[in-house]
Design a binder for this molecule. Structure first.
Ligand SMILES: Cc1cc2nc3c(=O)[nH]c(=O)nc-3n(C[C@H](O)[C@H](O)[C@H](O)COP(=O)(O)OP(=O)(O)OC[C@H]3O[C@@H](n4cnc5c(N)ncnc54)[C@H](O)[C@@H]3O)c2cc1C
Length: 430
């Protein structure tokens, strides 16, 4: 078995599959080869049948290194960043250095060439300590890089993916003041002016808006065609006519910037159209389908952070002459929280592994986001109660976990919109 494992490590899966298809096609009788192939096939099947939460060696190493970074570098800065409402620039730099800003980006473009599941693990681990760092990395990977990997041409990939993996922060700009859930009702317009488009309008609520240099931004280039006029653009911050507006002062994920974007006769070269003109609706739907799993990961990270804190505190806190978690009432609450988290985690991991396996994951992603955001709210709220009065003040971490959890039910599609997606996929119809 160890030998097979080492073979599997040496042989990329694609090579194994090619060998298997050659064997099938030519019915190669060579016994040792056939034996090897059977063993390899069994090993592949076994590895595919892994429990959802069992990590491969690579995944485990990756998870551990993100955890070490979160514990060693992020934790000591969390309180100050939350209070001041901005991310520490040294931390952002470290996210690039550690390869966290281009997890799925192919190595030829300077990325880590990892899986979507690894991106999910990173967002979970970071959010366990600070959900603002979690969403900083999440938006870069699951929305911005993802859109360019999927829809960008070779020139765009070469130029932007490598910069996004190594030095530039990205943002994803769809929402406007008048169009959130009804995103395709956007008023930002793009007018064809020969070799470039002229963009006018305003975007609202844009995560990473303050730090970003590259924006995947949506505008309607043919309003008469309705949503079929929506076009995705890659807009650089330095483009004339582009400005970052007001930064929001928020309830939670306070260190993550959320800003307005202002486009006034902003000239975007035609080569910066991402995908086809009029197909931006598809770019946005498909990237957000994946993005939702990232938000699910943020939520299970927050919930885990809160549960671990509550477990430690209730062990330490003495009332009536003993630790409060010696009371069955407290034990049952901790057990409920752990069960809720386990369910959410399985849903998020399953949706992510379905995505990596090339299966249709849209319903599972919506369910995972819906459930995990609700679970995070329940678990963080209960954590505050288990801390008693100490849970209500900023000297302890749990009130922040609760504030941070609330956004899960709002961005990348509100809970009602997730329910709508799930119902549509169950029942059918428009
Ligand atoms: C902190 C933060 C960060 C964000 N980051 C980004 C970002 O990076 N990029 C980006 O593009 N956007 C971002 N957003 C915007 C976010 O995606 C929207 O706020 C969200 O989609 C909801 O839109 P809305 O605020 O306009 O609410 P509305 O759409 O006005 O919804 C109001 C209420 O009506 C309900 N509702 C609306 N339509 C229906 C319906 N058909 N059926 C049932 N109920 C309905 C909603 O569920 C909600 O409860 C961010 C928002 C926040 C707060």
């Amino acid at each position: 078995m160890a030998e097979i494992r080492s073979m599997l490590r040496i042989l990329p899966l694609t090579d194994v599959l090619i060998m298997m298809s050659i064997q099938e096609k030519f019915v190669i009788p060579a016994a040792p080869f056939a034996r090897n192939m059977t063993q390899i096939q069994t090993a592949i099947e076994k590895s595919l049948a892994r429990p959802l939460t069992t990590l491969s060696e690579d995944e485990q190493m990756f998870r551990d290194s993100v955890r070490e970074f979160a514990e060693g570098e992020i934790r000591k800065r969390v309180e100050e960043m939350d209070e001041q409402g901005h991310l520490d620039s040294a931390l952002m730099k470290q996210c690039f250095e550690l390869g966290l800003m281009g997890i799925e980006t192919p190595e030829e473009f300077g990325g880590a060439g990892g899986s979507f599941f690894q991106a999910i693990l990173a967002v979970e681990e970071l959010s366990r300590v600070d959900a603002s760092v979690g969403v900083f990395v999440d938006v870069q990977n699951t929305l911005v890089n993802n859109a360019i990997i999927r829809w960008g041409n070779q020139g765009q990939k070469k130029k932007y993916l490598s910069q996004l993996a190594t030095e530039l922060v990205g943002a994803y700009a769809l929402s406007e003041a008048g169009s959130g859930s009804d995103a395709f009702a956007m008023q930002t317009r793009a007018v064809d002016a020969g070799d470039h488009f002229v963009l006018n309008g305003r975007k609202l609520w844009i995560t990473n808006g303050k730090e970003a240099e590259v924006f995947v931004l949506f505008a309607n280039a043919n309003p008469e065609a309705g949503y079929r006029g929506i076009t995705a653009f890659i807009v650089e911050k330095s483009t004339e006519g582009f400005a970052v507006g007001k930064k929001e002062n928020k309830l939670g994920i306070r260190a993550s910037s959320t800003t307005e974007l202002i486009l006034e006769d902003c000239q975007v070269p035609k080569e910066n159209v991402l995908g086809e003109i009029g197909r931006g609706y598809k770019v946005s739907i498909e990237t957000l389908n994946e993005g939702r799993i990232g938000i699910g990961a943020q939520m299970i990270g927050i919930a885990r952070g809160a549960l671990e804190s509550a477990l430690a505190y209730t062990t330490e806190r003495q009332q009536f002459g003993k630790s409060v978690n010696e009371f069955q009432g407290v034990q049952f609450q901790l057990a409920e929280m752990a069960t809720d988290l386990e369910a959410a985690r399985l849903m998020v991991y399953n949706a992510a592994r379905m995505k990596d396996a090339g299966q249709n994951f849209v319903k599972e992603a919506a369910m995972a986001k819906l459930y995990s955001s609700r679970a995070a709210e329940r678990i963080t709220s209960k954590a505050i109660e288990l801390y008693g009065g100490y849970g209500y003040v900023k000297d302890y971490p749990v009130e922040k976990y609760w504030r941070d959890s609330k956004i899960g039910a709002i961005y990348e599609g509100t809970s009602n919109m997730q329910l709508q997606t799930i119902a549509k996929l169950m029942i059918g119809g428009k």
